[in-house]
Unconditional design. Structure first.
Length: 184
């Protein structure tokens, strides 16, 4: 598989590529994608899960057991459950969010889409996401999948990254630009 953009260059990219290829070969891309979305949301919502993935104090066996129990409780598909177990066994759970991001890029490319990383000050509604996808599709000329992030520090507006392009319409940037202009 051709991986432009350097996805395979990173450790997370290599894990994501392996997961993607396995899911593709087993025709489980949708199931794995859904399980990864669940994991990503859990990483955002659960302090305990974030600690599990990042703490060096948790032993390999403890992490593997905790991940297996978590995967079962979350009803993750078998491929994703085993994959997260491998990450735990290899002490790479800290790479989980980067692996998910890289997997989503690979899956979008496989579907013929471009991935846009969108950061907003608050969660976007389904209607806002649909409007954003439509707007981006008209600008780029192809389908766009969005990777949504929330960062209250931008105060409002959006920051959109598509490939090497970045559109920064955040209020924080506008205020910083205004402050810089006022300094003369």
């Amino acid at each position: 598989m051709e991986n432009s953009g350097g996805i395979q260059a990173s450790l997370a990219g290599r894990y994501a590529t392996a997961l993607f290829e396995l899911a593709r070969d087993e025709r489980q891309l949708e199931a794995v994608g859904a399980s990864l979305a669940t994991l990503r949301q859990t990483l955002r919502d659960s302090e305990d899960f974030r600690s599990l993935t990042s703490s060096p104090l948790i032993s390999r066996d403890q992490a593997t057991g905790a991940v297996a129990a978590t995967a079962e409780a979350m009803r993750l598909d078998p491929i994703t459950a085993k994959f997260v177990g491998v990450l735990a066994q290899n002490r790479r759970l800290g790479q989980l969010e980067a692996v998910i991001r890289a997997f989503n890029q690979l899956a979008a490319r496989h579907r013929g889409e471009t991935t846009a990383e969108v950061t907003s000050a608050h969660p976007l509604s389904d209607d806002q996401v649909a409007a954003l996808k439509t707007n981006l599709k008209s600008r780029i000329g192809r389908d766009v999948s969005v990777d949504l992030n929330v960062d209250p520090a931008i105060l409002g507006g959006l920051v959109v990254k598509v490939g090497s392009q970045m559109i920064d319409g955040s209020i924080r940037t506008k205020l910083n630009t205004l402050a810089h202009a006022m300094k003369g």
